[in-house]
Design a binder for this molecule. Structure first.
Ligand SMILES: Nc1nc2c(c(=O)[nH]1)N[C@H]1C(S)=C(S)[C@@H](COP(=O)(O)OP(=O)(O)OC[C@H]3O[C@@H](n4cnc5c(=O)[nH]c(N)nc54)[C@H](O)[C@@H]3O)O[C@H]1N2
Ligand SMILES: Nc1nc2c(c(=O)[nH]1)N[C@H]1C(S)=C(S)[C@@H](COP(=O)(O)OP(=O)(O)OC[C@H]3O[C@@H](n4cnc5c(=O)[nH]c(N)nc54)[C@H](O)[C@@H]3O)O[C@H]1N2
Ligand code: SF4
Ligand SMILES: [Mo]
Length: 678
């Protein structure tokens, strides 16, 4: 069907791992995509898209894009490959896997993936079915938001917040640990509308980045201390009687215990922890207590810490104190994915797995490759670039370098990870595929139908797993289903009332459909009590403090600076870090430092600096000023190995692979480093 599509303009959806999930218009001429712009008809994104994706054709037609399968002819990581046919590629992979399974069992094989393309069918569909059928080791998908999601759920019962379209009505908007100008631009557009109606915008962050500069009031906070700040606000709200007692009574459990508990978080003590002056805390609490409706957008920053789950659980309690949830535009969003839940069992077919297999936390990839017993003997990577994005990167790369590890990487580019592969497979871009998309921020589902023919000999994830299944001799029909069949299967989900109206036909016709989401209140939450759990017995039963609590970060060695390696504006994680145009827009891999830290070290803006700790080192360009607090250094972006003139900018060489307090989450932002002039 796809290849017959004529030239023209096709409504599409952005496939990147970004909450906005924009509607797109893809212009095709002479068989090629010539322009990508926003779809003005999309109700949330309304025709505006980011610079990254406006320049997406540079990536789709980048001369470095893979066109054929490759096999390694040099040493691992040496980057020497030779072109092979798909037949040879599939036969080599399945020959190796059959032998490994015979000798060691299927758990010797580990799939590793994330959301390089958010399509449900390609990321959680045929792949899962295939590896379930095989009985491979199972990956725990923990690298992104899992700590915060678990924390938020203890309070709110799932990834349920408010409809972002309603935030235009908010009068106070707090962007808490989210670099929204770069990472959720339509929340910024909506907040701008609210601002025109009189809303105040506050940003709480460890870095005065583009989002902090856009705020009416920027509040710098020390990394990993936000739970204390939230508890300090609660202290003032109770002390000054700015709480909504009727709401607390009707919709929450544990308000009395909480009131008693937050007495210890007085503004002076909290100020010493967070670096936020006590008078600012009073001002913040009073603004929050009095504004109506108020909205908190909780980002990923606070939860990429050892204490991240508890931190998000704590921030999520705030709107209950003021009863903000009852007003249109009041409440919070951490993520909204649960409203759009589809039938996961039908999609992933866990029933194909006949015995329980081991689960491996993706944040521990290095250790899994180097230390697990029985060992991982084969790794299959798709939709992800772990050599760049995973914590403790040198350990990951040491594992990837194992000569006895049979590694397959399916990607559009010869990524840092692919350079360690035995077999590299070329992947289609999302514009070459059929897939189903659901946002984790707004309430729309969308469909992608192929706009262009596959690039070179590239194939989609679904297609590759169908081929692998056939070559493995797996005969289940589920392993040969079409994309359309799989979309129908997963949309058939009586357990989620919100998506009942959404069908394949309707999506194919309309391109995007809004879930029939009802406001959370009045109503029953999916917490054990059905209410907002300020006190959580479930947490107590799992060994957590049942009330929101500030847990200090563990000491990560003695080095002087806390290091926050955050994402940047023009890349999406490591995607675009290998595309010239995006690299030029982003200029250089920078390290933001406070002037009082930099000057004794003789470091000035523009100077290359060596950033190091016991795990590794990288080279970045210093940006000296007052955008971060003393004792904190912040970098932006996951840069390609080749992106620095002076040395490798691999920030994940420094990040800890400790596991966060909840959800098996990552602790990217809780590491310590030293910095010196290079
Ligand atoms: N342009 C662009 N957009 C993206 C991405 C990208 O790489 N680039 N990545 C996508 C993905 S996968 C995700 S998960 C989201 C992530 O997007 P966000 O939710 O914005 O999360 P981060 O960018 O990780 O961090 C947000 C902010 O948290 C701050 N921060 C770090 N530690 C703390 C802390 O302890 N307290 C507070 N208050 N702030 C802290 C950082 O300085 C940063 O400004 O964005 C998506 N969108
Ligand atoms: N230091 C630090 N590290 C971080 C973060 C951070 O803030 N700081 N953020 C973390 C977060 S939140 C996340 S979500 C992870 C993200 O980490 P990843 O999910 O690994 O994200 P990307 O780096 O964008 O890599 C996606 C890869 O998938 C490929 N791809 C795209 N579409 C397809 C497809 O259809 N098929 C196949 N086979 N491949 C495809 C792309 O070409 C790209 O190489 O990174 C984490 N790492
Ligand atoms: S990356 Fe985000 S903002 Fe940019 S087009 Fe895609 S969904 Fe929209
Ligand atoms: Mo993420």
């Amino acid at each position: 069907m796809s290849m017959q599509r004529q030239d023209g303009i096709f409504p599409s959806v952005c496939s990147l791992d970004c909450p906005d999930q924009c509607g797109l218009l893809v212009h095709k001429s002479e068989g090629k995509i010539v322009k990508i712009e926003g779809d003005p008809n999309h109700p949330v994104t309304q025709g505006a898209i980011c610079n990254k994706v406006r320049n997406m054709t540079e990536r789709i037609y980048d001369p470095k894009r893979l066109t054929h399968p490759l096999k390694r002819i040099g040493k691992k990581g040496e980057n020497r490959f030779e072109k092979i046919s798909w037949d040879e590629a599939i036969n080599t992979i399945t020959f190796n896997w059959k032998n490994l399974i015979k000798e060691f069992g299927a758990e010797a094989i580990l799939p590793y993936s994330f959301y390089g393309n958010m399509g449900r069918i390609g990321t959680e569909g045929m792949d899962r079915r295939f590896f379930h059928r095989m009985g491979a080791s199972r990956l725990l998908y923990t690298i992104c938001q899992s700590a915060g999601t678990e924390g938020y759920s203890y309070t709110m019962g799932g990834s349920y917040g408010i409809d972002p379209e309603e935030t235009v009505h908010s009068k106070l908007i707090i962007m808490w640990g989210i670099n929204a100008v770069s990472t959720n631009m339509h929340q910024v557009v909506l907040a701008e509308k609210a601002r025109k109606n009189g809303a105040t915008i506050i940003v709480i962050d460890v870095h005065k980045n583009q989002t902090g500069r856009w705020a009416d009031w920027f509040i710098p906070v020390l990394p990993g201390t936000d739970a204390a700040l939230a508890l300090g606000i609660m202290h003032i709200l109770f002390a000054e009687n700015m709480v909504d007692r009727a709401f607390l009574e009707q919709y929450t459990v544990g308000a009395e215990e909480l009131e008693e508990h937050v007495r210890q978080y007085d503004p002076e003590s909290v100020s010493a922890i967070t670096g936020v002056p006590a008078e600012d805390m009073y001002r913040l609490a009073r603004l929050y207590g009095q504004a109506s409706p108020s909205f908190i957008r909780i980002g990923n920053g606070p939860q990429h810490h050892d204490n991240g789950g508890m931190c998000v659980r704590t921030i999520a309690c705030l709107p209950a104190l003021t009863g903000a949830w009852l007003q249109k535009g009041g409440g919070a969003i951490k993520g909204n994915g649960s409203y759009l839940d589809t039938n996961t069992a039908a999609l992933q077919r866990p029933d194909l797995l006949t015995q329980d297999t081991r689960r491996i936390n993706m944040n521990l990839l290095g250790g899994a490759l180097l230390e697990l017993d029985p060992p991982i003997r084969s790794l299959y990577v798709y939709n992800s670039n772990p050599a760049l994005v995973a914590p403790h990167a040198n350990k990951v790369r040491e594992g990837l370098a194992r000569e006895d590890l049979f590694t397959v990487v399916h990607d559009l580019f010869l990524t840092e990870t692919a350079q360690y592969a035995d077999i590299v497979l070329p992947a289609t871009s999302s514009f070459e595929n059929t897939d189903l998309y659901r946002s984790y921020w707004h309430h729309y589902m969308q469909i992608q139908q192929p706009v262009i023919a596959p690039y070179g000999e590239s194939k989609s994830n679904v297609e590759v797993f169908r081929l692998l299944a056939e070559a493995m001799g797996y005969e289940e029909q589920a392993l040969q289903d079409s994309e359309e069949e799989m979309i129908r299967q997963t949309l058939d989900h009586s357990a989620n009332p919100f998506i009942q109206g959404i069908t394949y036909e309707q999506l194919a016709e309309k391109q995007f459909l809004k879930a029939a989401v009802k406001p959370l209140f009045p109503g029953k939450l999916r917490t054990p009590s059905g209410k907002i759990e300020l006190y959580s017995s479930l947490m107590a039963s799992r060994g957590y403090a049942p009330l929101p609590t500030y847990v200090p970060l563990p000491k990560d060695g003695e080095l002087p600076f806390l290091f926050v390696p955050a994402p940047n504006h023009n890349f999406l994680n490591s995607t675009f870090s290998n595309n010239g145009k995006h690299v030029r827009m982003e200029k250089a891999p920078k390290l933001y430092m406070h002037k009082d830290d930099a000057s004794p070290l003789g470091i000035e803006t523009g100077a290359p600096v060596r950033v190091w700790n016991e795990r590794g080192e990288c080279v970045l360009v210093a940006m000296v000023g007052e955008d971060v607090l003393p004792g904190v250094v912040v970098s932006q972006g996951l840069w390609a190995d080749s992106d620095s003139a002076d040395g490798n900018p691999l920030v994940n060489a420094l990040t800890p692979d400790r596991i966060a307090d909840m959800g098996g989450g990552a602790t990217f932002f809780s590491g310590r480093v030293s910095v010196e002039k290079k």
